[in-house]
Design a protein around this ligand. Structure first.
Ligand SMILES: Nc1nc2c(c(=O)[nH]1)N(C=O)[C@@H](CNc1ccc(C(=O)N[C@@H](CCC(=O)O)C(=O)O)cc1)CN2
Ligand SMILES: Nc1ncnc2c1ncn2[C@@H]1O[C@H](COP(=O)(O)OP(=O)(O)OP(=O)(O)O)[C@@H](O)[C@H]1O
Length: 193
């Protein structure tokens, strides 16, 4: 990936992800979630922020995880896009049925109370690609960069192994995740806070 711009890499990795067959998508997502659920950060967490996957775009499937967490009385918080402000709001999710598609095809609660982010124990982060330094690349809105910059709580990104590269180009505002989980390994940030 050396010499390529973030934009080119993003485009390539998105195209590659779209190719994952349904059966691999389901099976590999299950493996990733199983690994996630073995992590100490997950086991210790009661208040968990989690993206609601766009399964058509082959983001690692978090739907079964979210349903399970709600059933097990974890507090689940999901992002809500504020299109005007180009920022994220965050809302407690009581039931998966409260989600509706927004104009970009992301499932979000239509309304809800802003959540106190300082209380979060863990944030599960969506990715388009990742690297060996636990850096991530997303859709390019900078939403998660801005969301994560002031938070101290652990962050775990979920990514299919095929979308990992050795080194992503980084900019000053890019903050590495604490961990990236793929179906075959766990990448731990060396910069862990
Ligand atoms: N599942 C999930 N939820 C998430 C994110 C995510 O990456 N995945 N986000 C992570 O930030 C936030 C939403 N960010 C998003 C950013 C861009 C697009 C998107 O579809 N963009 C179009 C172009 C849009 C336009 O400019 O009109 C595209 O990429 O095709 C979707 C969500 C919050 N929720
Ligand atoms: N901390 C920040 N403060 C201000 N602007 C930022 C910050 N982080 C990112 N941005 C802006 O957001 C743009 C996109 O960032 P980047 O390419 O890292 O997005 P991404 O991580 O792929 O997307 P996302 O976080 O939405 O999944 C940057 O070009 C920058 O202008």
């Amino acid at each position: 990936m050396e010499g390529k711009s973030k934009e080119e890499i993003r485009k390539q990795l998105r195209a590659k992800r779209n190719q994952i067959p349904e059966t691999d998508f389901i099976r590999k997502s299950q493996l990733i979630i199983k690994l996630l659920q073995q992590q100490e950060e997950y086991l210790a967490a009661e208040k968990i922020h989690c993206y609601v996957s766009m399964n058509g775009r082959r983001e690692v499937n978090t739907h079964p995880l979210i349903k399970e967490m709600i059933a097990n009385n974890k507090q689940v918080v999901v992002p809500v896009t504020n299109f005007q402000e180009q920022s994220l709001e965050h809302c407690k999710l009581e039931s998966f049925d409260d989600l509706e598609l927004n104009k970009w095809g992301v499932l979000e609660p239509r309304e809800g109370e802003q959540y106190n982010l300082a209380a979060l124990d863990l944030i599960i982060v969506p990715m388009v690609g990742g690297d060996e330094h636990a850096q991530r690349i997303g859709y390019g809105g900078g939403f998660y960069d801005r969301f994560l910059q002031d938070l101290k709580c652990p962050t775990i990104g979920l990514c299919f192994e095929q979308n990992m590269v050795s080194e992503l180009p980084t900019e000053s505002f890019d903050i590495p995740l604490d961990k990236i989980i793929t179906e075959s390994r766990i990448i731990i940030s060396q910069q862990k806070k």
